[in-house]
Design a protein around this ligand. Structure first.
Ligand SMILES: [Zn+2]
Ligand SMILES: [Zn+2]
Length: 242
């Protein structure tokens, strides 16, 4: 997991005592969120500043004691530590819901960038597994909207969450597919008119004369020549021996 700690993203100190409130129960699982506002993708060097602005809006706008989420995941798959594993989040809607599940937010908007990127899905998956293994959290998984009236985390993320938050498909090539590709490459090379005709092509029977020479005809020609040389050598040996 590409974890970005609070000190690495330049988090402000959280307010005490509320920001330090620990979980009152073991976590059932993880709720996934999105921003629910316009978001435009940006280069990764701008992500930490965005997370700082998110924290500022939660602390100064909402009056919360810290950024609301347990973790935040940028489109490049980095996982920013929010309230982390031990301190209760404030993003799930009310104290009971906050106590029940971790809150992981993907930097995806309700307009602008509305589809999570593949690295981001990997990052959210990383955060979910981190919560389960280190939290600890149970294997319940859902969106903010589960049990609370909101459209969060938006259609694309919610669909993915309901599928169990699978990692994006990796491009795996099987041995059989590799053989097929290799055969096609060789076939294509051999069928291209990629070699010059031998200077004495016209003298050659039965392969010549050829008007055009592909890799295949050159190869066939070589085989014919080698066989002819073998036959000649055998004949000479026989004569010398006789
Ligand atoms: Zn939400
Ligand atoms: Zn980023």
């Amino acid at each position: 997991m590409k974890l970005v700690t609070r000190s690495q993203w330049g988090a402000r100190a959280y307010r005490k005592p509320n920001g330090a409130t620990p979980y009152g129960r073991s976590r059932r699982g993880v709720k996934v969120h999105y921003l629910g506002a316009a978001y435009s993708d940006r280069t990764h060097d701008k992500c930490a500043a965005y997370v700082r602005s998110l924290q500022a809006s939660h602390m100064d706008g909402n009056g919360w004691s810290d950024i609301g989420y347990s973790f935040v995941v940028c489109t490049h798959g980095y996982v920013y530590e929010g309230r982390g594993l031990k301190r209760r989040n404030s993003a799930n809607g009310n104290t009971t819901l906050n106590d029940e599940n971790y809150a992981v937010c993907a930097l995806v908007g309700s307009s602008g960038l509305t589809e999570p990127t593949d690295p981001q899905l990997d990052g959210v998956r990383d955060a979910i597994e981190h919560c389960r293994e280190q939290g600890p959290a149970g294997d319940w998984l859902g969106g903010h909207r589960d049990g609370y009236a909101t459209t969060c985390p938006g259609g694309p993320l919610y669909t993915w969450v309901k599928k169990g938050a699978p990692r994006p498909k990796e491009d795996t090539v099987t041995e059989a597919q590799m053989d097929e590709i290799a055969n096609k490459v060789v076939d294509r090379l051999l069928s291209k008119d990629a070699f010059d005709a031998p200077p004495d092509a016209a003298d050659y029977k039965p392969t010549g004369p050829q008007s055009t020479w592909s890799g295949r005809t050159v190869f066939r020609d070589l085989v014919v020549r080698v066989r002819r040389i073998s036959a000649d050598t055998a004949a000479i040996r026989k004569k010398l021996g006789a």
